[in-house]
Design a protein around this ligand. Structure first.
Ligand code: SF4
Ligand code: FES
Length: 488
């Protein structure tokens, strides 16, 4: 079901896809396009053009109308309109002709929220830590939370309404495996009512077509299917679960048949790195709009399994070339998010978009975290949404304040001109490698630990890979048992 690039021409009749839309961002007093994992801010010209995009008016007609409104030459206007629309079409947010799918229901409550400055743009809701898969790089903590501590659907609804009221636009329904929750439909209905853009982050293995169709009917916008590999034996080995690839292919196909946005998320490491070209083909074949090629971040379970996961520098560099080539070849068909490998980087990533700046994570039992690995940082205390309002936690919570802004920075970050770009990198990685959470991320070439960090990656990647310690309740201290229980 691979899909062709939409080339915008004067006779095209552009329309938003089922999974993208114009949205009033009340809190920040602006209009945005809500799209998978993104909110695109619009200038007045963009807004004027998109106000005419309905799947009925052609680009030529839209240009005529705008030329009249602004008393400008139609050919100049049309060139600009095509350019703007082509950019959105290449992000797979527009289609030619009216959309075959009904848009998700509009929230009755979202518009009434009181503005609150600088809230999080996104909320990652870990609905449960239960999961049928056992990926050895899972970002959940080693100490997984138990089912009997999980927030109820009503409590999640309250969290979503509070999140929307302080400015959250995107909601990631994640886990563990969120579809293990029997009340996922109720949880989703709360999210839709709060006016959030909903993304279901799933391994896909538990979903039926009927259930996915029901979720789409309630108003789900987007599905992110995680892929361990597309070579079945390798996928089974990495996930500790048999038969996942066929199931993922089915769910991806159903998502597209239902008009949902689709991202394939592929964590990349030494045990699947050679299959990257096939993973790209898989994403094209199932009609995904986005592919995340994400080199592993080494904390939580991935840190325990680092020696089994870390690729060589040469193999990492090869993935850069493969993705660059595929980006050009698949323009307008598949968009890429490429997360580089920190050990082989010279600059760090702006982890989580900067601590306490952009996202908030809520664990199954209601702990509010600035990033999903934040519990690895000693000395931080985390507020619970059962006890404190979300906006207050975001604004004043000790964990959110700990590494916000620049006050906490040491040299070289403190005086570096990149500090407002990468915010000093990842706090969790800084702690894991240097023992100091306020240190410069060792992925940075200016860190005193950078060379040692890069060498560690390369040295470890050249040794034989040890067996995986699979993710499971009870933590990684059950290593002996985990190794014994591995598939041959
Ligand atoms: Fe970023 Fe700090 Fe490195 Fe500068 S020194 S590039 S702020 S991590
Ligand atoms: Fe916690 Fe990067 S994972 S700040």
């Amino acid at each position: 079901m691979s899909e062709a690039r939409f080339i915008v021409a004067p006779e095209s009749k552009p329309a938003f896809t089922r999974y993208s839309r114009l949205h009033e961002d009340v809190v920040r007093q602006r209009k945005v396009i809500l799209a998978p994992e993104r909110a695109y801010e619009l200038d007045p010209i963009g807004l004027a053009v998109l106000g005419h995009v309905d799947g009925v008016a052609s680009v030529a007609e839209i240009s005529q109308r705008l030329a009249q409104t602004y008393s400008a030459p139609v050919d100049v206007i049309q060139t600009d309109v095509v350019k703007l629309l082509q950019g959105l079409a290449d992000k797979r947010l527009l289609r030619d002709g009216p959309d075959a799918f009904s848009p998700p229901p509009l929230s009755q409550t979202a518009k009434s929220y009181a503005p609150f400055e600088r809230g999080p743009a996104g909320l990652l809701a870990e609905l449960t830590h239960r999961c049928p898969l056992q990926c050895p790089y899972c970002s959940n903590p080693l100490d997984l939370e138990r089912a009997n501590t999980e927030l109820t659907s009503g409590e999640w609804g309250d969290v979503f309404r509070q999140a929307a009221s302080i400015g959250a636009l995107q909601l990631h329904l994640s886990g563990g495996e969120p579809t293990i929750r029997r009340d996922l439909e109720e949880i989703l209905a709360h999210a839709v009512d709060a006016g959030l853009y909903t993304n279901l982050v799933t391994s896909a293995v538990l979903l039926t077509r009927e259930r996915l169709a029901h979720l789409a009917e309630i108003g789900l916008d987007h599905v992110q299917v995680s892929v361990q590999d597309v070579v079945p034996e390798s996928s089974d080995h990495i996930s500790g679960y048999e038969g996942g690839v066929a199931k993922k292919r089915d769910v991806a196909r159903w998502a597209r048949e239902l008009g949902l946005g689709l991202t394939i998320n592929a964590p990349i490491h030494r045990q699947n790195i050679d299959h990257l070209p096939q993973i790209i083909d898989f994403a094209v074949e199932v009609g995904a709009q986005r592919l995340e090629v994400a080199h592993i971040q080494y904390y939580a379970w991935a840190e325990v399994n680092r020696a089994a996961l870390i690729p060589t520098r040469e193999k990492f560099l090869a993935t850069v070339g493969i993705v660059e080539e595929a980006k050009k070849r698949l323009q307008g068909v598949l968009n890429f998010d490429f997360v580089i490998h920190d050990h082989y980087a010279s600059r760090p990533k702006a982890c989580t978009g900067g601590w306490g700046r952009s996202i908030m994570v809520v664990t199954p039992s209601g702990k509010a975290l600035p990033c999903h690995a934040a519990q690895t940082l000693p000395g931080l205390s985390f507020d619970n949404v059962r006890q404190r309002p979300l906006g207050d936690i975001w604004r004043n919570g000790a964990a959110f304040e700990a590494f916000r802004g620049e006050e906490w920075m040491q040299e070289p970050c403190r005086s570096c001109d990149k500090r407002e770009i990468d915010y000093g990198g990842c706090r969790c990685q800084a702690l894991a490698v240097t023992g100091d959470a306020a240190a410069t991320d060792p992925a940075c070439h200016r860190s005193a630990h950078h060379e040692e960090f890069a060498a560690l990656g390369q040295n470890e990647s050249l040794l034989p890979a040890p067996a995986f310690v699979y993710r499971r309740l009870g933590g990684a201290d059950r290593k002996e048992k985990a190794l014994d229980e591995q598939p041959a």
